[in-house]
Design a protein around this ligand. Structure first.
Ligand SMILES: *Cc1c(COP(=O)(O)O)cnc(C)c1O
Length: 376
């Protein structure tokens, strides 16, 4: 059996190696490492894939979120509502810009931000909501967009874990994750569903004026060379990464299918087990399974993780400490005990290996090992 990895980048690379190596070499031969033709091409291809008017490539997902907030003209003291059950980057950029992150609780089944909790957190200072499509499944965007409209708020989607997921509206129309709010953000960190061979990110919007501003901010606030209309940053997707992403984008739907197949294997193996809750399916979103995350019930989670590790199976806790309990984010407005669902999940979740290369032999070994511990 092949060694089991949390994410198997090597196996995925092997299948597209020739094409990728040629593309990388082309960039090297032309030496247009920054803003080369591959970047423009990737931008167009991603706009088509997402059916969104504007894709603005940038340096990474964290920058994407930061630039999005800069472009919306938010001012120090403005409040931005987001979830406490996410990767730190989401709240980090809010705090860095002098804005106030207002964290709220999640829904226990999907782990996504709870629209009712958003409503309760709104004050006259609230300016934006940042839903995170956690683990590859969309948050409740119908509800969130309605709350935003009613309260005149911006919505910035953190789609770093959900590129390619479809949101399904009441009338059965679909939009891609990240293209529903005013701005969407994604990351091409190697282990993300569309991963580069280094850092990368992108910002999406259907708004022409916002797109202009976003494009300017990622490039030092320039519109005309050496004329700076905004305070900007330097955040670029380099040409080699864009060339690689151009190839991987063609396989993105196939990758999501492979992840779903692995998830189905896990789901059927753990179905009806009283000690394991399999990931809930939100009926308004497809799932691209950035992570496959179980909620354990009445078992020693650390014991399970160690048992699996001893058997050569990596398993991770995403995320062990909710944001509102992190030392750097202790804020007078929230304390331990305030978000019972997030806190409970952080003590019970465990994520199993999830990637595009898992085979049945590995899946059987993983599921049998989990069940061996759980049914002991
Ligand atoms: C990965 C990730 C980010 C940050 O992306 P980077 O490219 O690593 O900066 C932000 N938010 C979420 C939810 C993520 O998973």
């Amino acid at each position: 059996m092949e060694q089991i990895r949390m994410v198997d980048l090597k196996g995925q690379y092997e299948k597209i190696k020739d094409e990728v190596n040629i593309a990388i070499n082309e960039v090297i031969e032309t030496t247009s490492f920054i803003n080369g033709p591959a970047v423009k091409e990737f931008q167009k291809n991603l706009e088509n894939y997402l059916s969104v008017k504007h894709v603005i490539p940038c340096g990474n997902g964290t920058d994407a979120l930061q630039v999005a907030m800069m472009a919306l003209g938010l001012k120090p003291g403005d409040e931005v509502i987001t979830t406490s059950f996410t990767f730190i980057a989401t709240a980090e950029v809010i705090a860095l810009l002098g804005l106030t992150p207002v964290l709220v609780d999640v829904e226990p089944d999907t782990f996504n931000i709870d629209p009712e909790a958003i409503k309760k957190a709104i004050t006259p200072k609230t300016k934006a909501i940042v839903p995170v499509h956690i683990f590859g499944q969309c948050a409740n965007m119908d509800e969130i967009m309605k709350i935003a409209k009613d309260n005149d708020l911006f919505v910035i989607e953190d789609a770093c874990q959900a590129i390619g997921a479809d949101y399904i509206f009441d009338d059965d129309s679909r939009k891609k994750a990240g293209t529903i709010g005013h701005i969407g953000c994604t990351s091409f960190f190697p282990s993300k569903n569309l991963g580069a061979f280094g850092d990368g990110g992108a910002i999406f919007t259907n708004d022409d004026d916002l797109a202009k501003k976003l494009r300017s901010i990622v490039n030092h606030g320039m519109t005309i060379r050496y004329y700076h209309d905004h305070i900007g940053v330097n955040s670029r997707l380099d040409s080699i990464q864009a060339a690689i992403l151009n190839i991987k984008l063609k396989h993105l739907d196939e990758y999501a299918e492979a992840r779903n197949k692995a998830a189905e294997y896990y789901n059927s193996a753990f179905a009806n087990n009283p000690k394991l809750i399999t990931p809930a399916k939100f009926e308004k979103s497809t799932h691209v399974f950035h992570q496959y995350t179980l909620v354990t019930k009445n078992i020693n989670r650390k014991g399970l993780q160690e048992f699996l590790n001893e058997k050569g199976i990596p398993a991770m806790i995403y995320y062990p400490v909710p944001l509102h309990i992190q030392k750097a984010y202790q804020d007078t407005r929230c304390k331990k005990g305030d978000f019972p669902i997030t806190e409970d999940l952080s003590e019970r979740v465990i994520s199993l290996p999830m990637h595009t290369e898992l085979d049945d032999e590995q899946l059987k070994y993983i599921t049998n090992s989990v069940l061996e511990f759980v049914n002991k």
